[in-house]
Design a protein around this ligand. Structure first.
Ligand code: DGY
Length: 434
């Protein structure tokens, strides 16, 4: 373990860049990604506090005039990634950053709970709290952006308008949305499949859908009202909303530590009450025994079980009784002696694919959230199982991006999947073994 710990630090340090940010994985992901950055900062906080602060400072510095924080910040002109800054053209939005080029979509709102984790980990709490004091209002403004622009029915649940905003890029959940669309065939050169075997990545046809949604946003200068009106993809995602709720709670507790800020705390408490209520009423599927996604464009639930279905445990959303139901569903469908926890998609579904990105493989960031959530609800054995499996996968295969959930794949040449020396796998390994 000691060796692996050193290796994890080496992965993070090698991926840290001069511009004050960390790439998720060399080649495949050469810029700064929003949710990656947050998980990476948690890893740095354990051994290099200044890097942790720099990572978050750079990310929050990319914030737009309306509080929005983008999913990718293109710090360099690297052309090994598609679609790059020239495709996204987020500068079409009048309030976009004047300092950085970026995408015009976002990613799960990790920053609030990441600041709180950095404070939990820090030895010098005063020093960390003064850093947090400098940055925290940006995170609050980001949440204001979400509730004011991404909640057209005023439910306390925010939408995402692109599958890349979910973080779970090619989840089989989105297949239901692709069935409602028929985008043109785009002419473009993929870069991801020059770095990673195509069998582990989304299909060409899936990319047509991804690009088409961006085109619609671009035609409307990334105007949120227009997107809400026109985007064929408009989804209330349980993972995204659970992370927002978790981050709201973190902001409340951090503002209390800082003192003052009563108005902001009041606003946050109001969001929490409304969001948690709607989340439980709207996103829980009693028959499936799990939280599901909701298609806001077509006004219907998307009834599949994913690792995102269990993420509300991380944000204290379900009642203790409902948490038990969730854990039973998880053990029943995703568990078993022959499998590592936790597959990203229901292994009993015919859409499950153990090698393909978010269609089945185990992801360390999801496991990290599940571990903390399960522990918080007192499911200590399952929590330990999730942690043990995460560590075992990394010991067995290395710091890959994602992993096969089958302990025996029937192929002795099985490796980890996606990018290697992947930053958040290293960062969260550091946190889990600490
Ligand atoms: C990709 O290019 O697959 C990224 O994950 C998008 O965020």
């Amino acid at each position: 373990k000691q060796e692996l710990y050193k290796k994890a630090i080496a992965v993070l340090d090698a991926n840290f860049q001069d511009g004050g940010f960390t790439i998720p994985s060399a080649g495949l992901y050469p810029f700064q990604w929003k949710w990656d950055s947050g998980f990476i900062a948690i890893g740095f906080a354990h051994y290099d506090v200044e890097k942790a602060k720099t990572e978050m400072r750079t990310l929050l510095d990319s914030q737009w005039g309306n509080g929005f924080i983008p999913h990718i910040v293109f710090h360099t002109d690297n052309d090994s990634y598609f679609p790059g800054a020239d495709f996204h053209q987020s500068e079409l939005h009048p309030l976009s950053s004047k300092k950085y080029r970026s995408t015009g979509m976002t990613q799960p709102p990790v920053s609030g709970f990441v600041l709180q984790e950095m404070h939990r980990i820090a030895e010098d709490k005063d020093d960390m709290l003064s850093f947090i004091k400098e940055e925290i209002d940006k995170v609050f403004d980001n949440h204001v952006y979400f509730y004011e622009n991404r909640d057209p029915q005023d439910e306390g649940l925010v939408y995402i308008y692109h599958n890349w905003e979910s973080g779970t890029d090619n989840s089989p959940v989105w297949d239901d949305i692709w069935d409602t669309m028929n985008p043109p065939e785009y002419n473009f050169v993929r870069k991801d499949t020059t770095h990673v075997d195509a069998s582990q990545r989304p299909s060409k046809r899936e990319y047509d859908h991804y690009l088409y949604i961006i085109d619609i946003a671009k035609q409307n200068n990334y105007d949120d009202c227009k997107i809400a009106e026109l985007s064929p993809f408009l989804v209330q995602d349980p993972l995204f909303n659970a992370m927002l709720i978790k981050s709201n709670q973190a902001l409340i507790e951090l503002y209390e530590l800082i003192g003052g800020n009563e108005e902001k705390i009041k606003t946050l408490l109001n969001w929490q009450a409304k969001s948690i209520k709607s989340f439980n009423e709207k996103l829980f599927d009693v028959e499936l025994g799990a939280y599901v996604h909701y298609d806001l464009r077509n006004e219907k639930a998307i009834r599949h079980i994913t690792s995102s279905s269990f993420s509300p445990l991380f944000a204290n959303i379900p009642s203790p009784e409902r948490a038990k139901v969730l854990v039973n569903t998880m053990m029943d469908k995703f568990g078993g002696d022959d499998r590592y926890l936790c597959a990203s998609f229901d292994p009993t579904s015919d859409r499950f694919n153990p090698r393909k990105y978010w269609r089945g493989p185990v992801w360390i960031n999801m496991n990290w959230m599940l571990f903390l959530g399960l522990k918080n609800y007192g499911f200590l054995d399952v929590a330990e199982q999730v942690k043990k499996d995460s560590i075992e996968l990394i010991e067995r295969y290395g710091f890959y991006e994602y992993f096969d959930c089958r302990k025996d794949t029937g192929d002795e040449n099985t490796t980890g999947y996606g990018g290697n020396n992947f930053s958040w796998s290293a960062a969260l390994f550091i946190d889990m073994v600490n």
